[in-house]
Design a protein around this ligand. Sequence first.
Ligand SMILES: Cc1ncc(COP(=O)(O)O)c(C=O)c1O
Length: 382
Amino acid sequence: MKNVDFTLTPDRAHTGSLKWQKYAGQEILPMWVADMDFLSAPPIVDALRDRVDHGVFGYTVPYTEAQNAVLDYLKREHNTLASADQLCWLPGLVQGLNLVCRAVGSAGDAVMVNTPVYPPFLSAPLFADRKRIAVDLKQMEDGRYTFDREGMEAAVTPETKLFLLCNPHNPVGRVFDREELEWLLDFCERHDLWICADEIHCDLLLDDAVKHVPFLSLGERAAQRSILFLSPSKTYNVPGLACAYAVIPNPEIRAAFQKACRGIITEVNCFGYVGLIAAYSHGEAWRQELLPVLQENLGLIESTLAEKLPKVKIPKMEATYLAWLDFRAYDLENPVQFFEERGIGLSNGMDFGAPKGFLRFNFGCSTERVQQGLDLIVAALS
Ligand SMILES: Cc1ncc(COP(=O)(O)O)c(C=O)c1O
């Protein structure tokens, strides 16, 4: 029996949806921010309903069931052993990215990132009065992106204290393999950098041949200098429940991170924990139904581009529901506006540190809706 009908597009008007509010009252299909248009997994909805029925919504500290749900999930799904004292709970990973930049080194130090990347990776170092060293990812012969090892070696400075890793990578959809991550660990050791590994998309793999290698699974050397960021919010489409966490095995790094949190990060809201427990404990059947839908959507995008718009390039996407499209061949003056005027709202690649002409297409919605989006793009460029 089906959990949820993934062919539906729930009406999200009047829910304050960031994604839909942007174009409220306009004939523009929102296919931008990373938020899916699917109903949540029934076990999550049921657990939240039970919590509402309880009727008391006081301050809620990380309780045993929530801690165990995370620890069991890490062990079961990612072969990662952690303990409850290594967890730092957060309302979201954007806060985490900003806090980690404040936790290491001091004003004037530098943070390295690879571009293009999820925009808060670019702003967090600057908000913390750190310099940002951005090194472009480079494309391999098969079109997949990888680290520019020479570029990173050339750009790193003695002031660089932190590397922000996005794996799987938003927006290029890459899942870095063990050899690449081993190299990164070696690089960070040689230059004495902390590594913050944001792995929020790790349960959204679209290529059956690809496996996610959790940074912490690289062993003790990795554990000594890394911070793992995770949340069920992308996979289970519950970002509005605002519940995320860091795993920090090294007590010194953990103390520095907790110091940066002091007085700023308070309890996660009571529903956030409930959603996380239900997602990690009972959400798998829903996820198993979601993944083929996302695979089908990606296939539709690839085949439509190949057939109808061969000048639009897409790298081989291994994960996420966010397609990274290169429209540079069309030399559009204002690509986002161009498509908005033709009925579709996409994310601006320039916000990710990419040159003009890249746009991100969110395909976390029904296949019919993806088809509508593609029809609009094809019509716009024909
Ligand atoms: C790589 C990455 N990190 C973090 C986030 C946001 O996380 P949160 O909603 O927990 O702040 C996103 C959202 O798209 C993301 O892609």
